[in-house]
Each structure stands twice: as C-alpha cells, then as structure tokens.
Design a protein. Structure first.
Length: 73
C-alpha cells in the first residue's frame, strides 16, 4: 500500500536532518546530503510502521507551513 508523507528536511552546518510530520514517536534520518537524509528517513518510517503498526500514523497532515519569527530573549 502506498502512503504519502510530508517530510521536513533541515540543512545544518554539519549535514542534513529529515523527519516526517504527523507521525507518533520519533522518526529521524540524517545524512551529508539532502538525498541521503531523505533516503534514511524513508527507511526509518518503514521500520517504525513495521515495528509499531499503523497506530503511529496519526491523522494525515493536509498542509504544512514554515514560519519564522524573531524574539527578544
């Protein structure tokens, strides 16, 4: 069965981190490139579902937004 996931990929000074939105639990992929992090998180999602079942899927994320703000702290 094919499922769609919204994946956030962040670029940091030491590489890339990717994680899916709307899943229960911690699922992360890391890599030296965007493609590597995305491939790693796809593998992690499969493993997470196979290990814990469909309950980890939560409700589907219809749309996702990235916002930026500045706070004085």
């Amino acid at each position: 069965m094919a499922r769609n996931f919204k994946i956030v990929v962040e670029q940091h000074s030491d590489g890339f981190v990717a994680y899916p939105l709307g899943m229960r639990g911690v699922v992360v992929g890391e890599g030296d490139s965007y493609e590597e992090a995305l491939s790693e998180v796809e593998s992690a999602i499969r493993f997470h579902i196979e290990t814990f079942g469909d309950e980890v899927l939560g409700s589907p994320v219809i749309e996702a937004f990235i916002a930026e703000t500045t706070l004085l702290v």
